[in-house]
Write a protein that binds this ligand. Structure first.
Ligand SMILES: [Zn+2]
Length: 282
């Protein structure tokens, strides 16, 4: 089943007089949403007991949970100490995810910094293989690890790079961030045909099953010639991309991704719009 929900709670949570994470599951349930993405963007700061107590509440209300690993992870680094730290941040994210009762963790692949892209990809793939082996050793191979398409041209994570990484193991799925792809191509997603091209390319690259089960991040994003500048709300009419043709593509391709809205502050309202619009096309 396709699922919709926000990354973080946004402004509406506070406006409803709420402030505690333990209140999130019932709040989302009351709004008829399905999913919550817990961001460890600035670090994994949740103890086992706390995570388990949140997890019970999410399960009770039938809200699926996913996590976003820290933004500072760079799997393409050539610094061995940093590589070890990154490895541990990912394992910590996955451990917290499992304590929360979820089974999807998303991460940003990394940046080449001063290396050329191919060399950076080779380093990244070597480090991913070590990471994946540890996940098998720890029995963490029952989760899906989402590799995100990135919004700045300088970052690894264009379509081909994500396909190459995701093809390496059954645990890996694409996390297509259509706002990012639109930003890194300075407005390349102009309508249904471009969404269809991207989805078809991923089906050809990683197989239908992984695309059917993929993770999606969606928001409208301001961009410059270097790509992503900042996330916007669905109120934006200048940068896009438009969501509506993507909802049509979900039906045309008969795919059932988890769709996380990352609007700036309005992610809960916007994800509900996405769900309702999708259902209106039935
Ligand atoms: Zn992300």
């Amino acid at each position: 089943m396709i699922k919709f929900g926000p990354s973080g709670t946004g402004l509406a949570f506070g406006e409803d007089g709420l402030s505690k994470t333990i209140q999130v599951p019932s709040w989302l349930k009351a709004k008829n949403l399905d999913l919550f993405e817990y961001s460890f963007g600035r670090g994994v700061r949740i103890g086992e007991e706390t995570a388990r107590s949140y997890g019970e509440e999410f399960a009770k209300h039938g809200i699926e949970i996913s996590v976003h690993a820290p933004y500072f992870i760079n799997m393409a680094t050539d610094d061995e100490q940093k590589a070890l730290n990154n490895h541990n941040y990912l394992i910590d994210s996955i451990t917290a995810l499992k304590n929360l009762g979820g089974n999807r963790c998303v991460f940003h692949p990394g940046s080449p910094l001063k290396k050329n892209r191919r060399d950076a990809m080779d380093i990244l793939i070597g480090r991913m293989d070590i990471m994946l082996q540890e996940m098998y050793d720890l029995g963490h191979n029952d989760i899906l690890l989402g590799v995100e398409t990135m919004g700045k041209f300088a970052q690894l994570g264009d379509e081909d790079e994500v396909i190459e990484i995701v093809s390496r193991d059954n645990m890996l799925v694409p996390c297509i961030d259509f706002g990012h792809l639109n930003a890194r191509t300075c407005g390349g997603i102009t309508g249904y045909d471009e969404y269809a091209r991207i989805i078809e390319k991923f089906i050809n690259g990683v197989g239908f099953e992984k695309v059917d089960n993929m993770h999606i991040h969606f928001s409208k994003i301001e961009y410059s010639p270097k790509g992503e500048v900042r996330h916007l709300t669905f109120g934006d009419t200048q940068y896009g991309p438009d969501y509506e043709p993507l909802a049509k593509a979900f039906y045309e391709f008969d795919i059932h991704p988890y769709v996380v809205c990352e609007s700036a502050g309005t992610q809960t309202e916007d994800s509900l719009y996405m769900k309702n619009y999708y259902n209106s096309l039935k």
